[in-house]
Design a protein around this ligand. Structure first.
Ligand code: FES
Ligand SMILES: [Fe+2]
Length: 314
């Protein structure tokens, strides 16, 4: 059997749910980054994430825990933990709170209709921000259609897809292997790839520009330009559950002038595309040292770029 050479869990911002997943006062058990976590929305409306196991006798805060103001209350003996600091805010049957009564708080950002958590293998603070994508809230764009898939694969393999021009032709039946140009943002954590190709769309065949933005290793967007007077856009966040399981969430939108014409066909086409990838992902192994050919330059470049998101010990 092939040795498991999957990399560890990368550092960055990763979605752990949609904003609509937790209403005020709701508590959810979640698992990401090989960690048991509890996600809840406080009475003031803040989404919070804490490590799940109570420091008292180890109950899981996400299994029967409930919101109490800005804290979550343990289901076992009722100790409460503040969502922001993770510190114990109350023990219902004791005045003095032990100094060690705390759980690990995780940095949370809510944006683009998703709840993001910062993961860093060495627990360093965030050094870049979750981008705000305007298309998802712009009134000229349609209400986003969302979906998510869980795939038994390391997230690196899913992230690489976007910078793999050859597969666009082989898997996604594009007419030609698109010519792709890559550029990087100032802080090097942002990367943009642009491809130009003739593409069949539900609206006709056009000379299209495909813009792929990537923030860190897990956040990306794809914008199609070239259909006169119209735009297609999707934003996705790919998050590691563990080294072998990944969740990818997608929000797709288009300019309103397309919605009632060929909009559904486009959505169906994109969804099918993702399912075509899924068969490959679900059944592949991770190659830490892939044999690349001369024309795979972009793939190699992407691998090198993503190295910055892994800590040594990851
Ligand atoms: S185990 Fe959480 S309060 Fe006792
Ligand atoms: Fe793909």
């Amino acid at each position: 059997m092939d040795q498991d050479t999957s990399p560890g869990i990368p550092n960055g911002w990763f979605a752990v749910g949609w904003s609509t997943d937790v209403k005020h006062g709701e508590v959810k058990r979640i698992r990401y980054f090989e960690e048991e976590l509890v996600l809840f929305r406080t009475r003031s409306g803040k989404a919070r994430v804490l490590s799940a196991y109570c420091p008292h006798l180890g109950a899981h805060l996400g299994e029967g825990g409930r919101v109490s103001g800005e804290s979550v209350r343990c289901p076992f003996h009722g100790w409460e933990f503040d969502g922001e600091s993770g510190g114990c805010s109350s023990i219902p049957y004791c005045e003095r709170i032990p100094a060690k009564a705390r759980v690990r708080p995780w940095e949370v950002e809510e944006r683009n209709g998703m709840i993001f958590v910062w993961h860093h293998a060495e627990q360093k603070p965030p050094d870049w921000e979750v981008p705000e994508v305007t298309q998802l809230s712009d009134p000229d764009w349609s209400e986003p259609r969302t979906f998510e898939i869980e795939v038994p694969v390391h997230m690196q393999d899913m992230a690489e897809n976007n910078l793999d021009p050859v597969h666009f032709q082989v898997v996604h039946t594009m007419l030609e292997v698109p010519e792709t140009k890559v550029s990087y943002g100032e802080d090097k954590r942002f990367m943009q790839a642009v491809s130009y190709s003739e593409q069949e769309t539900p609206f006709g065949t056009f000379q299209m520009e495909l813009l792929r933005d990537t923030w860190g290793i897990g956040l990306s967007s794809v914008e199609s330009r070239g259909i006169p007077g119209a735009g297609l856009y999707m934003f996705s966040s790919t998050s590691p559950i563990d080294r072998h399981h990944t969740i990818s969430r997608w929000a797709l939108t288009m300019t309103r002038n397309l919605v009632d014409t060929a909009g559904e066909e486009w959505l169906a086409g994109m969804t099918k595309g993702i399912y075509d990838d899924m068969r490959i992902w679900t059944n592949k192994i991770h190659r830490a040292d892939p044999v690349l050919c001369e024309a795979d330059k972009l793939l190699g470049e992407f691998r090198r770029w993503t190295k910055q998101f892994y800590s040594e010990r990851a």
